[in-house]
Write a protein that binds this ligand. Structure first.
Ligand code: UDP
Length: 238
């Protein structure tokens, strides 16, 4: 029996005869506000899968280890099976989103050095912000593991900032998820315009377009994909 897990945005299935491997397929469904807002955008899954593959391949080239193994069709990739830690690890370079709401500060202010935050992945609780003590109380990660997560997240941030800078995009913030496999902590899940805030001047090319009810975010996502492709091909970004 092939194990299958379907989430809001992805379907994860065991790879037959693939030792410890899963196939992660991206859906066209979009949700926001802990699942309260729902829609579907044809082609979104393929676009976000492609961005994720390009980014994971780029990180691998830069010497970072992730769950990514290889592409699998136009909306999926094969990854190592991990046990996801129910933490959302958020890195922020510029103030935006929940940070501004929580602290009552304006958006668009540089944050230097970048901030790393941990949220609990739990829709019913609305993904609360966690302190280190809360994380240990819940038994989610040890102090040593938290140090590893923070260090890895900041390394990913260094690489992604540079990639997006070359794509003429400002990496405002993003969310990572990590998992455990054979005693190892691995960067997992996806990295795409669904999980990053990307600004071109005043324009958002990310999920905020959908969150704010400004129509389809797909135009922005495709622009992000096209620009990353150009950067990785060594072509100028217009
Ligand atoms: N993010 C995400 N999934 C979530 C919550 C946040 O991918 O469930 C990303 C979001 O796209 C942004 C960053 O994490 O790039 C920080 O989000 P924030 O805490 O500001 O939350 P929001 O304003 O989206 O509620």
């Amino acid at each position: 029996v092939v194990q299958r897990y379907e989430g809001k945005a992805k379907v994860v299935e065991d790879v037959v005869d693939g030792e410890g491997l899963v196939r992660i397929a991206f859906k066209d469904d979009a949700t926001a506000g802990d699942g309260a807002k729902k829609d579907r955008f044809l082609g979104k899954g393929a676009c976000c899968a492609e961005v994720s593959c390009l980014i994971f391949e780029y990180l691998r080239q830069r010497g970072l280890t992730t769950h990514f193994v290889r592409r699998a069709g136009d909306r999926a990739f094969v990854a190592r099976r991990v046990k996801i830690i129910p933490l959302e690890v958020v890195v922020r370079n510029v103030t935006a989103g929940s940070l501004c709401r929580r602290l009552g500060i304006e958006q668009g202010r540089q944050i230097d050095p970048p901030i790393v935050e941990f949220y609990l992945k739990d829709d019913e609780l609305h993904d609360p912000l966690l302190t280190e003590d809360y994380i240990r109380l819940l038994g989610l990660a040890s102090r040593e593991e938290l140090d590893v997560l923070r260090r890895e997240a900041l390394r990913v941030n260094d690489e992604l900032r540079e990639l997006f800078r070359r794509a003429r995009l400002l990496l405002v913030d993003f969310k990572l998820e990590f998992g455990r496999a054979a005693g190892e902590l691995l960067l997992a899940d996806e990295i795409s315009p669904e999980t990053c805030r990307l600004w071109d001047g005043q324009r958002s090319l990310d999920k905020d377009v959908f969150r704010r009810g400004e129509g389809s975010p797909l135009g922005g996502y495709r622009e992000v994909l096209a620009r990353i492709r150009s950067v990785l091909a060594g072509e100028p970004v217009s």
